[in-house]
Design a protein around this ligand. Sequence first.
Ligand code: GLC
Length: 553
Amino acid sequence: MRITDTSDLWWRTAVIYCLDVETFLDWGGDGTGDFAGLAQRIDYLAEVGVTCLWLMPFYPTPDRDDGYDIVDFYGVDPRLGTLGDFVEVMRTARDRGMRVIVDLVVNHTSDRHPWFRSARSSPNSRYRDWYVWRDEPGEDMELVFPDKEESVWTYDERARQYYLHRFYRHQPDLNVENPDVRDEIAKIVGFWLELGVSGFRVDAVPFLIEAESAAQDVPDRHEHLRDLRAFLGRRSGEAILLGEVNLERDEQVRFFGGDAGDEMHMLFDFIAMQRLYLSLARQDAAPIAEAILDRPPIARASQWATFVRNHDELTLDKLSDEERQEVFEAFGPDPEMQVFGRGLRRRLPTMLDGDPRRIRMVYSLLFSLPGTPVLFYGEEIGMGENLEAEGRYAVRTPMQWTASRNGGFSDAAPSKLPGPVVEGGFGPEHVNVESQRRDPASLLSFMTLLVQRYRECPELGWGDFELLDQPNPAVLAHRVRWDDAAIVALHNLAPEPCTVPLTLGPCEAGTDLVDLLCDGVSPIDERGHAEVTLEGFGFRWLRPVSPTSRRLR
Ligand code: GLC
């Protein structure tokens, strides 16, 4: 294995940053964020060290699900700019060494999409069979949005049939069994690749390929994903598919394409994310350690995407009822902080009562676990949420650039913004980019350091996880090794300081543990023992460095 492999399989060591153009920066002054605004902030993102942007849906939309309801897969929402503005952003990002991936939302369309309008208008429409119709409601399936919908089947007066929608009723599911639909999906993928994207965050992957009824005699549905992957590979050697697949471990393996690794390149590790919150609530490292140990082996070009927050509810659906309750009690006891009975609509800093030590410890942990970290905009400055906003929109508030009106997001009247700005202690007066840029002790400065160190440690993206034995239940002590490189990471999930005795195995005489995030060196004795202290919620990244090592200390 060579260090240069990290540029071919770039996604294994990337730093991905998710943003919605609509809420990032309004340059036009009409209250809506736009591509012109994003172009202005590419340098900021490059300074933080982001290597790949993930753009949430920016396509023309009636905007009833924040753009996840699309009426044209080949365009740009005119409120955000034009295709020309999109290309300008692509070009600027590439110049700053940043890749861009975009949301691919092809499980469904908006009900106002011309395909659906035509489909519902007549059984003879060429688009009729692009959707899933039944004379009687089909199989009852689990609802994704139980607060708004009662069934995944809705009767359409015009079509005089029921149609399937796994999400809202205004998002009819496309029929991917139809070869014409598959061809169209490939065309969409091909279109954006021509405009320079490096891949796709694929929305709702399991729903995309699911059988309407298990009883139906349908051949291997994963074939669709394999075809898509092969097509992607033919069109671009570097493009990736990052799948939203919130399923149990054994199912996840299938969406990677098993040993062949020929489906999704990356999957979000929803399980590790949920177990992390359980660990934080209990101040016990076991749940997160188990989640990482429990990861199935994956192919060389596959990778886990790690995260602590995304744009949706912080789902806790893979925890048991009691475990979920523990996390609710610790981090979101009020019913208004919860949503869909399974998740939280808060951001990390508010859940941790703004404790800077604890917030940093969590991000240090995120970046030190094997995988590729994904940040949601505003995490780097510690933004909070606004619970006044509806449902999941609580965490999709405008980016906070300055302490001035609208957090510097827009010059327009507050009523024109896509949603309310955060208020109170986490509002722009206290949490904004401008002031944190000038403060070496800020969260932004810390996150920038973390990103820099992560990028200098390819073992974190490529290496194997090993849990290190030590006596403190609140401490996660782990080592990630790749070839002759290694990082030892220690994280104290509890407020009490502690000492961590470590047994690291045989190493060259004179090997030290060198701190990578601050100044400090701990000796390792000839039997491979070391003793390291941690403050309350403290953390250390330690690299074993032998006298003959040539790596930077
Ligand atoms: C995914 C998205 C979510 C959206 C849904 C329907 O789960 O993450 O935001 O509402 O798909 O497209």
